[in-house]
Design a protein around this ligand. Structure first.
Ligand code: SAM
Length: 226
């Protein structure tokens, strides 16, 4: 599966950059090599290599298949981004599990977002989408601070993870959801109270303290399969 960073229209498309590099130097593609291409706007195309340039590859497009592999309802994940490999891992797994939007969150105990450069984050999303078959790219939103997020009504269900709270099984609602995970130091008592005042439901994820990315992915999975 290859990604076109220009929207696909018509009967051919030219891949450049990383995607062309991969086809030219890793796959050693030849005219006639068959592949699948998507542009992140929906669906995918069967395609065949027709011309290999020095830094670009031209594809002739076959059938457009409008197939999507999204979750039944939209999941938005607000999470303080951990650093380095853990950040990359979180993004990759969030894409695989079908998160529609990821919102880097800053809270009282995590004042500065550790988000890597937008181009790098987008690359992680593209790579994971290629691997797992998603045709819509997970959106990475602008960082948001907790007070701003607490008051927003992005989704009908808003769930905040906080150790020692009631289990998710006690929450009967389903459908589109906004999930909030705290930083390494956790949400403060004030932030938790603000969540409750604003109508959020506070849930626990068992007896152990999970790292940010484990808590995020556990809750996304548990919500997604209910
Ligand atoms: N000492 C912090 C506390 O007590 O909140 C631990 C923070 S934990 C490393 C980071 C975030 O993951 C938490 O703010 C929470 O959102 C989530 N989390 C981790 N373990 C959890 C659990 N057992 N139940 C619910 N949320 C959890």
């Amino acid at each position: 599966r290859y990604f076109s960073d220009t929207p696909i229209t018509g009967t051919s498309v030219t891949l450049q950059g990383n995607e062309a590099h991969h086809l030219l130097h890793v796959m050693r593609a030849k005219p006639g090599t068959e592949l699948t291409v998507f542009d992140g706007q929906g669906g995918e195309w069967s395609a065949v290599v027709v011309r290999l340039g020095r830094t670009e590859v031209e594809l002739a497009l076959g059938e457009h298949d409008p197939i999507e592999r999204e979750t039944a309802f939209e999941i938005t994940l607000a999470v303080p981004l951990p650093k380095g490999d853990r950040q990359r891992w979180l993004i990759e797994k969030a894409v695989e599990l079908g998160v529609a939007r990821l919102l880097p969150l800053t809270t009282e105990r995590s004042t500065k977002s550790a988000a890597e450069a937008p181009a790098k984050l987008t690359r992680y999303v593209i790579e994971a989408s290629k691997q797992c078959g998603r045709n819509c790219l997970m959106q990475i939103e602008q960082p948001q601070s907790w007070p701003e997020l607490a008051a927003s009504v992005i989704a009908p269900s808003r769930i905040l993870a906080h150790p020692g709270s009631k289990p998710l099984s006690e929450i009967k609602s389903t459908g589109p959801v906004l999930i909030a995970i705290g930083p390494e130091g956790g949400f403060t008592d004030g932030e938790e109270a603000e969540a409750v005042e604003n109508g959020w439901q506070v849930v626990g994820l068992g007896e152990r303290i999970l790292r940010i990315e484990t808590a995020a992915l556990a809750l996304v999975s548990l919500w997604g399969i209910r």
